[in-house]
Design a binder for this molecule. Structure first.
Ligand code: SF4
Ligand code: SF4
Length: 411
């Protein structure tokens, strides 16, 4: 039996050829729930969605594409990224098809198609791969610290020698043979190496997304200036997550914004501003550095606690279905935050041994989490979504130009 067949659709001026992939539905099931057969295309979900608009009619259109096996259609679509998963469509679906979760599954699938390394697919479809990768990296970091940067023996015999006048642990001065400046430099180089690798992976994947969504789509012609005039959308939506605020339940947007700003601050602190923050001096509680730290910790914890409780309660449709990657994200970010808080507690309490080991454990959780989550897994949506909004604006500019041209031709 032939696996693929061709269908032709007359799209106004252009003939568009689409490929029907009969194995596509099966392939998608690996990325989450697969209840698309329940959908009978009533359109309630699209009608209720506050984010859908002309030219980007989701989620029904995406579900139709899945049902028909139109893989290419979906891969060039930005619709799944325009959804913020408020769950309102799932609440109103008369067939319990859970369209909100279907969109989430599609985002996982699309992430794997943008990723050229193939790791994203492995992480999303195999617990063994994702947990194994994180455990391997974490163990490598612990081993590297214990072999190359072990704590001085004096930390055990004379811990007071590592406590400053303010009663705080001198966190950068616990390794024999290197100064505190050298210690910070080593950590800083490590952080920058990690950030550059992650950025290169993410940028190359975003370029693949651009190729699939814009360059490969021969039905659109983006006006050159639109690339510049619409670019602010990318920055604006990244910083404010403004589209999410259009959903009925504003609390989701607030939680998401707190989380996003919280870990953006944390990322800046551990990479860009490390020499400013990882210092021996203990700043007063009202110092701007500590206020930023409190804000970021509160934002992340608030989101994580609500997300964990809701996923356990399963009373809200948005949290009824949890993919393994959802829980891994909560657990990893939770452990990173808790170890970060404990470092501060031990440090302020003047306990050098516990401060050192908690610092190593913190990095052993944080670094693999960033390496896995940012380019390959759940956190990649931080970049893909603002870019999708930008690409959607470019497509809209193309549609508007086409409409003007066809109007001119008919008059
Ligand atoms: S997912 Fe549900 S609401 Fe949406 S079109 Fe299908 S049956 Fe209707
Ligand atoms: S989950 Fe919310 S944003 Fe996403 S398609 Fe459904 S109604 Fe729209």
């Amino acid at each position: 039996m032939k696996n693929e067949l061709k269908i032709f659709k007359n799209n106004g001026e252009q003939k568009m050829r689409q490929t029907v992939n009969t194995k596509f539905k099966q392939e998608l099931k690996e990325f989450g729930v697969g209840n698309w057969n329940a959908c009978f295309n009533c359109g309630n979900c699209t009608a209720i969605c506050g984010l859908t608009e002309n030219g980007f009619l989701f989620p029904r259109k995406s579900i139709q594409s899945i049902q028909m096996g139109l893989k290419e259609n979906l891969e060039k679509s930005v619709d799944p990224w325009l959804c913020y998963y408020c769950g309102e469509c799932s609440d109103t679906c008369p067939r319990d098809a859970n369209p909100g979760e279907l969109m989430m599954s599609l985002r996982r699938y699309l992430t794997s198609t943008y990723d050229w390394t193939g790791l994203s697919k492995k992480f999303y479809t195999s617990k063994f791969w994702e947990i194994g990768f994180i455990a391997f990296f974490g163990a490598a970091i612990i081993a590297a610290f214990l072999i190359f940067l072990p704590p001085s023996q004096r930390v055990y015999s004379n811990p007071e020698a590592f406590v400053n006048d303010q009663g705080g642990v001198m966190i950068n001065s616990m390794v024999d043979g290197i100064s505190s400046t050298q210690f910070i430099k080593i950590i800083e180089y490590g952080d920058w190496t990690m950030a550059i690798i992650v950025a290169l992976l993410l940028i190359s994947n975003i370029f693949r997304m651009f190729y699939k969504v814009i360059l490969k789509d021969k039905s659109i012609h983006i006006p050159f200036f639109a690339y510049f005039t619409e670019f602010f959308q990318l920055i604006y939506n990244f910083l404010t997550q403004a589209r999410f605020s259009k959903c009925e339940k504003k609390s989701y947007w607030v939680g998401h914004l707190l989380l996003m700003t919280g870990y953006t601050i944390m990322f800046m602190v551990i990479v860009v501003l490390l020499p400013e923050f990882q210092i021996e001096e203990v700043k007063p509680w009202y110092h701007w550095q500590r206020i930023l730290g409190y804000y970021a910790t509160f934002g992340i914890l608030y989101f994580l606690i609500i997300a964990a409780i809701e996923r356990l309660r399963k009373s809200d449709i948005k949290f009824k279905f949890s993919h393994e990657s959802d829980w891994l994200f909560i657990i990893m970010l939770g452990l990173t935050t808790i170890t970060g808080i404990l470092i501060n507690i031990f440090r302020l309490a003047g306990m050098p041994v516990l401060t050192y080991y908690m610092f190593v454990l913190h990095l052993a959780i944080l670094v693999p989490m960033i390496i896995v989550e940012v380019p390959f897994s759940k956190w990649s949506h931080l970049a893909y979504r603002p870019f999708a909004i930008y690409f959607a604006k470019l497509k809209k500019a193309s549609y508007a130009q086409q409409a003007i041209k066809s109007q001119l031709l008919t008059t």
